[in-house]
Design a protein around this ligand. Structure first.
Ligand code: HEC
Length: 109
């Protein structure tokens, strides 16, 4: 019984400190980002069209986007003048932001 308790606490500690895994990134992406960027990354949702989200499956779009641009957009948000196009996700850790960047890169066809 005692051993089970130790195992459980070690496991939850590991889970809490780990960075976002690929599977977690998918779940978070679909929860937080897909309503604009689309589950397929095309930005062809109602919100995506309204806000002007790009098609991340387009190799040309991907080539134009630098990793720094992606990282900055997620951490600081995207603005068009005074108007916010996308809010900042400032409370994400560097590891989580990196997991989103990798996830976005994987949309490239
Ligand atoms: C309210 C709609 C909305 C949501 C929700 C949203 N985005 Fe965006 N996102 C946008 C728009 C609009 C742009 C700007 C497109 C442009 O003009 O370049 C953008 C730009 C970006 C960029 C910069 C690259 C690019 O395509 O311009 C990244 C990276 C990004 N979003 C990631 C995310 C991630 C990750 C999430 C979820 C954590 C998310 N976005 C949630 C609307 C959204």
């Amino acid at each position: 019984m005692k051993l089970t308790a130790i195992c459980v606490s070690v496991f939850s500690l590991a889970a809490a400190t780990a960075t976002l895994s690929a599977a977690d990134a998918k779940v978070s992406y679909e929860t937080l980002c897909a309503k604009c960027h689309g589950a397929d990354g095309k930005g062809a949702t109602t919100m995506g069209k309204k806000t002007g989200a790009k098609d991340w499956t387009d190799p040309k779009v991907q080539a134009e986007l630098k990793d720094e641009t992606l990282t900055k957009a997620i951490k600081e948000g995207v603005k068009d003048g005074d108007k916010s196009k996308m809010k900042a996700y400032a409370d994400l850790s560097d590891g989580e932001v990196k997991a989103f960047v990798d996830y976005i890169r994987a949309f490239k066809k």
